[in-house]
Each structure stands twice: as C-alpha cells, then as structure tokens.
Design a protein around this ligand. Structure first.
Ligand code: K2U
Ligand code: ZN
Length: 167
C-alpha cells in the first residue's frame, strides 16, 4: 500500500469533477486501500479520490477513535435528506482551518461497497457531515466555498504563504 500526495488549496486540480467508477475491480480496491492508508496517516476521518488526484467517484471514511469502522463509498448518491445542522469542518486540503458549515442533518446514501455490492445507508451526525463533505470533493467543491468571499480569500492568502515557506 502507498501513502498518496494530498492536494492543497488553492490547487486548481481540487476543482476537477470525478467520473463514475465503471467496474469495482482490483485497481479500484488498491486505490481504496491506498486512500485509507493516506487518510489514517494524515490523520483524518475522510478522504476523497479527487484530493489525491484521482478523478474517480470514490470516498473513504472512518470516524471511529480506533480505526475500527472503515467505510468505502463508490459512486455515492444522496437519495434522501432532511433537516439542517451546522458543524465546524476542517479539510486535509485546507490544513489548520476550521469553520462552521450548514448541511443536511439526516441523509440516505446509495453506493457500491469495496466488493462492488450496492448498499444503502441512513445516517446523521458526524458521519452524515463527512459523507456530504467528501461528496462535495468529487464535484470539485470545498467547504471554504460555503464561507464569505472575504474569508475564502483570507484563507487562500494564508495557504499560499504557508506553501512559499515550504518551497
Ligand atoms: O476531506 C477531508 O479532507 C477530510 C476531512 C473530513 C471531515 C470534514 C468535515 C468534518 C469532519 C471531517 C478531514 O478529516 S478534516 C480533519 C478532521 C479530523 C477529525 C475531525 C474533524 C476534522
Ligand atoms: Zn476535505
């Protein structure tokens, strides 16, 4: 397994849209395993394929404290949602920034699992927030897009300054 490079905001590659997975084969399963290893090492509780420069509709999530609940969502679609909830969000592509974002409180998501089996899951709380956050990544959307333009520009300048110091 490999640890993959995570794109950093404002890299335009984060704005690309991922394509559906045609067949859940061993190549996709290797991508899933590499994404889990990358997510755990960051550390984070979610990761979308676009963040590691793969334009496939694949996300991995594990909100457990002890890495005991890995969940992989391939070609995820939200088929029902209700309510609203505001929660502080972060992002491995926007390190050190946490801002409140309002999202649907309860969601039902239809997806393929790591074996290619169709699944449906109804969730709320942090898992619901994380699934919506990661699905945004698959469409080139970032949580900073929900903030004011002034805040987003301030974060962009901060990330560019941090990047200059590391070059
Ligand atoms: O997309 C990512 O970069 C993964 C996020 C997932 C996440 C987004 C919003 C709210 C919760 C999770 C990263 O895991 S952000 C780092 C983090 C870690 C633990 C709890 C919250 C945020
Ligand atoms: Zn993110």
């Amino acid at each position: 397994m490999s640890i993959l490079n995570i794109l950093q905001f404002p890299d335009p590659k984060l704005r690309q849209k991922a394509a559906p997975v045609a067949s859940v084969d061993d190549r996709i399963r290797t991508l899933v395993d590499d994404m889990f290893e990358t997510m755990y090492s960051a550390p984070g509780i979610g990761l979308a394929a676009v963040q590691v420069e793969v334009l496939k509709r694949v996300i991995v999530i594990d909100i457990s404290e002890d890495k005991s609940q890995p969940k992989c969502f391939i070609n995820p679609e939200i088929i029902e949602c209700s309510g609203h909830e505001k929660m502080d969000e972060g992002c491995l592509s926007v390190p050190g920034i946490y801002e409140p974002v309002s999202r649907a409180k309860d969601i039902t998501v239809r997806y393929l699992d790591r074996e290619g089996k169709a699944q449906e899951l109804t969730v709320d709380g942090l898992l619901a927030v994380c699934i919506q956050h990661e699905m945004d990544h698959l469409d080139g959307k970032l949580f900073v897009d929900y903030l004011s333009e002034m805040k987003r520009n301030r974060i962009r300048k901060k990330m560019e300054k941090m990047r200059q110091h590391t070059l």
